[in-house]
Ligand binder design. Structure first.
Ligand code: NDP
Length: 352
């Protein structure tokens, strides 16, 4: 085991994001120097919490502006770094008008741009990429077609496309591009983290990310017609951040790592959230009938094929490698959801 401290400074892309904010904080808490990128240094809503971290950890955190669509944009941030955690990538699942421009290009070409910057730095020894279980499968029912009867790291998403679940397609192309790039060079080793749906408190007050907007949605009327019976693997954001650091420091951490604490449906998550704050937070617990989701789904980015393959269908994902090799001890999702709801209330984003 090599200590993460030996990799200081570590470059983290997309430090303004939900997951990367926690990665940055956990590295700082270890005394590690961090270079992180944001798209717009003057957007207080996105960088305010990073500026607070700069005050709390004097001299340890440097902020850089960089955009995935611009070649060479990450050079300054990665220069002199011993390791790179590439987490920036658009996570958008609805209201997509141009999948190529909004998702596929920044994910895939952006990953190649970032890795070229890592090569130019010549100091990077390890790269950890935030991929997703979206690079493993598209639809929940796909485990039924596996010889193992469960989805694991040997499986690659082969059903998403620019037209069907383009976010999943973007993550698949980005991860494949990273593995291809890794094989063509010998400066750095690659480990890939494939989280399932991430929940847990956010370090910023942003609500534009998919994780926070989904949890806030239980309280803000997003599910007023009923909660769709959709099932996800779920994992705590603090465990996801920790997994990146464990993958960084463990020389045995090679290949892909699916992260999942528990499989859970949205109605079940709603029941857990309703029990919070002494029942003061109102959650509509009515389950949306499947027939109604067929009608409403297309307006939310879920077509009939998606409904057929996912509605009411549990997902089976095997996080065994993450437990065995990274030694992750997963937080119970009830605790993650409660902490997430508390953060939303404390930050004034949801009213009691
Ligand atoms: P967020 O939306 O909170 O963060 C996304 C980050 O990517 C932001 O920092 C954003 O910058 C940055 N970004 C997007 N487009 C660009 C661009 N063109 N140039 C530079 N930066 C860009 O999402 P998450 O933190 O949830 O996701 C982080 C990663 O984790 C993504 O790769 C996502 O696919 C993956 N993931 C997330 C899961 C989840 O449930 N949350 C599950 C599995 C994987 P800005 O702050 O300027 O908007």
């Amino acid at each position: 085991m090599e200590n993460a401290e030996n990799f200081s400074p570590v470059a983290v892309t997309g430090g303004s994001g939900y997951i990367a904010s926690w990665i940055v904080l956990k590295l700082l808490e270890r005394g590690i120097e961090v270079h992180t990128t944001v798209r717009n240094l003057s957007d207080e809503r996105k960088v305010g919490h990073l500026k607070t971290m700069q005050k709390n950890f004097p001299g340890q955190l440097s902020l850089f502006e960089a955009d995935l669509n611009i070649e060479g944009s990450f050079d300054a941030a990665i220069a002199d770094c011993e390791a790179l955690i590439h987490s920036a990538s658009p996570f958008v699942i609805s209201n997509i008008s141009d999948p190529e421009l909004e998702l596929i290009r920044p994910a895939k070409v952006g990953t190649e741009n970032v890795l070229r910057s890592a090569d130019r730095a010549q100091t990077v020894r390890k790269v950890v990429l935030t991929s997703s279980v979206a690079a493993v499968h598209t639809d929940n029912n796909e485990w039924k077609n596996t010889s193992e009867g469960i989805l694991n790291e040997n499986h690659w998403n082969s059903t998403a496309s620019a037209k069907y679940q383009p976010y999943s397609y973007s993550k698949t192309l980005a991860e494949k591009a990273a593995w291809e790039y890794a094989q063509q060079q010998d400066h750095w080793e690659l480990a890939v983290i494939n989280p399932s749906f991430v929940v847990g408190p956010s370090l910023s007050k942003r609500l534009d990310g998919t994780s926070s907007s989904t949890v806030a949605g239980f309280f803000t009327g997003q599910f007023k017609q009923g909660i769709p019976d959709l099932h996800f693997g779920m994992v705590d954001v603090r465990d996801v951040a920790q997994a990146h650091i464990l993958a960084l420091e463990n020389p045995e951490a090679k290949g892909r790592f699916i992260l999942m604490s528990e499989e859970m449906s949205l109605p079940e998550a709603g029941r857990i959230l309703q029990n919070m704050q002494n029942g003061k937070l109102p959650v509509n617990l009515r389950v949306l009938p499947k027939a109604l989701f067929y009608v409403m789904g297309p307006f939310l980015g879920f077509n009939w094929r998606y409904t057929r393959n996912n509605y009411g269908v549990p997902v089976k994902l095997d996080p065994g490698r993450s437990r065995d090799i990274l030694s992750i001890k997963y937080t119970a999702i009830a605790d993650s959801l409660k902490d997430h709801a508390s953060q939303l209330v404390n930050d004034g984003l949801v009213s009691v």
